[in-house]
Design a protein. Sequence first.
Length: 288
Amino acid sequence: MISYNTKDWFTFIFRFHKADTFRTLFPVMIAIGLYTGFVGYMEVEYWQLTDKSNIKNITIMHGMLGFVISLLLVFRTNTAYDRWWEGRKMWGALVNTSRNFAIKLAVILKDEKDRQFFSRMIPTYAAVLHQHLSNEETSMQLFDDTDLEIDHHLHRPNQVAKKMFQKINDLYVDDKVNGDQLIILNAEIQAFTDICGACERIKNTPIPYSYSAFIKKFIFFFVMTLPFGYSFSLGYYTAPVVVFIFYVLASLELIAEEIEDPFGSDANDLPTKKIAESIKKHVGELMP
């Protein structure tokens, strides 16, 4: 995730980060600029249409559809950010669960070997969950064309949680943990699995295809029809205006696409690896 000073916003205007949408959209913006210039030339110079032509009334359609597309993009961006923020809350819950589990075990367990076991396994769960969510196969588990029968890989977070619960159960059998303590520790291990399931729900449930495809088509046809109506009033200045409108609309869609999947390697994805390292540091302090 990109680290920046939220108050120093003047530098954002003149700095183009590698994750900036301008870099991604630049070739398309050039093509749209050429297309707009060509349409303006054909209307004004070649076909010699005038302001009295009925085609200028297409701007009325753009005025009405502009309001609709703005509502769609606002809803799209808010939905994507909700997914990003929910992912951050889940990893914040993982930090708290790991700390609480380590604190309780540090007090309950007296054997040094038992404490060392959990001192390794608790951070391991966070590291394994990070790798699990970064795996592209996880995001395709609910797709219709995915054959789960040929996937022989084990669910690694579940394997780590199983080992921790097996150790807790062994401690109970050996009378190192009583029944009340077993119930308390079992709730902590269950919280690990609940967090994993919530993150998987975000990972493998993308925005419905029809909705995402409709917004892209809407933006494309909206921008492609802009030069036909505005060439009469703006002339060749229509080209930079249309390019700027496309940049704004397409950038919002690109930003939403990036943040709707917060578990990955994109610049704006959640720093799950750093959070896992932080968990390892804090658990090591509680259970040295």
